[in-house]
Design a protein around this ligand. Sequence first.
Ligand code: PLP
Length: 382
Amino acid sequence: MSQIYLDNNATTPLDPHVLELQRSLSKEVFGNPSSIHWAGRSAKRILRTARETIARLLSAEEDEIRFTSGGTESINTALIGVWESSRLLCPQKTKIISSPIEHQATLRTLEHLKSRGAEISYLSVDSKGKIFLDELYEKLQDNTLLVSLLYAHNELGNLYPVSEIGNLCREKGVLLHCDGVQAVGKISINLQQLPVDLFSFSAHKFHGPKGVGGLYVRKGLKPQSLHHGGTQEKNLRAGTENLIGIALMAKAMEIAFDGFSQKIEFICGLRDRMEKGLQSKLTGIYIQGDLEHRLANTTNLQIAGVDGESLLLNLDLEGVAASAGSACESGSIDPSHVLLAMGLSKEKAKASLRFSFSRMNTFQEVEESVERVVRSVQRLRK
Ligand code: PLP
């Protein structure tokens, strides 16, 4: 039985061109970009080119892009870095606003900051996972330091109004960090126009390698480094750079942005075919989230009368990889914190499953997955 991978929000397979580049770079490049000899200079050129490429694709300036080990580190650096650097500059600003449906990388970092004296204020979310801008506006007070919110939701696919959020933050003199991990490669991003101060991204979500990502830091902002050591990444991230990973991330981003609208249209077609296929063959299929503002690649389904985890295991036996919650949580039997925060009962939250598509999927795979899901659901409902 063929294996079908529909869990692209957890991670994506490497693009074949990225793999090709990995092979050639691994043979040719080994220098440390901080060394002044020929090997170091050649490494430094690669690093500079990658930074130029990423800055161009995200409409940022080169020195606003800092490389990290991925989304989690970028988020930690943004939140802890801003908190620590503000302790001397503006100690009265102790409030951080976020939402209860953020990724664990944000939620756990906020818990840590709470233990360091931060007041964490969570916005309400409605049954579609939407936030209320007037509530945010009310919460933005003189003591507010920072807002941290997702751009695109990993479980639901919801897109959040980052421009409006950023404008409110600007009006009140509050910094905005945006978790853009699920957004890059799926929607176009213009960081020059978007009113955000910090923006996190991660290569393995757009067919790049795992363990490498980036943090956009708006000019003039100086978050404190989490690491102690060298002066790499403008003193934000000590340690020898993951040179090849960074070059591959730039290549993966370049590929994702090439023919972008056709790629997204194709992916959207896959998602729609899956939703329509399942809804036409099964009763009790409910699509969750904000259906008017969502990523093209994600569908979060509540399947009445079925336990999501049992369905996940059945699908695995059928060769289909999906997810019941975020990747960090799958394997656990806890219902998704996101769906619970949206007001779903434990039972309904546990009856939910996410399929996330990429350009590497095919319509044939979708047709085949529909059959396998229908078979598994019918078996479980018996
Ligand atoms: N933020 C979101 C929205 C994510 O989906 C993820 C990964 O699942 C992360 C952050 C963490 O990124 P990474 O796996 O690169 O640490």
